[in-house]
Write a protein that binds this ligand. Sequence first.
Ligand code: SF4
Length: 239
Amino acid sequence: MELPRYPAPRLVRYAKYRGNNPREVVLLKGLPCVWSRCSFCDYIDDNTRDTAEIRRVADDELAKVTGEFGRLQVINSGSIQELPIDVQSRIRELLARRGIRDFWTESYWAYRKDYEATRRFFGVETHLFLGVETFDDALRNDVLNKSMHWKSPDEVAQATDSICLLIGFRGQTRDIIRRDIDLLLGKFRYGIVNLFTENRLSDGLLDRDIQAWFREEYAWLEQQPNVDVLWNNTDFGVG
Ligand code: SF4
């Protein structure tokens, strides 16, 4: 059955994030996510096969980047590898031209064999955020349908230094969240912790009680210099 779709909102695609690790943030349009089947993910509604549209958005938004923080985050509702190669090259040129030394972007586990080449491609320190969501294997794969399998969190830490976690979905317990945060702080350089926000897929998946507990128990987390806590999914200023 087709799920009802909300009318496409006009998204904000460029922002200056002044929280931990201040940076410019750009939300581009990308080709469809290679997996596109995570149970909670409505970001992919922004994906398109229209490469002219992808290039038009990239032209408009990348032109706004000044390099003032020396750090840039590019999001494309999927993986960086899902931007056409000429758009990736434009980002690389922009990093060099604006003197940006720190580049943050996202990449799905299926691309892990390419991670090293992707980091080399951009020519500056590049952090590939992997949407782990949780290290509880059953929750990640059976509830969230991430299709991401590994032997242990160490295998993830060997592949990348930056991850995203998701808080507030069905089946998450306090102990599972505590373990996830401990692993983030113990094994990774950067983390983005997203509180699951109501969307067209969240019916039956959203757990407000565990979120309420997290908000109190982990209020201190946003003081951690290497962690961004997104209490709302638009806290970066884009979306
Ligand atoms: S891999 Fe990422 S972009 Fe693709 S469906 Fe899952 S959460 Fe969404």
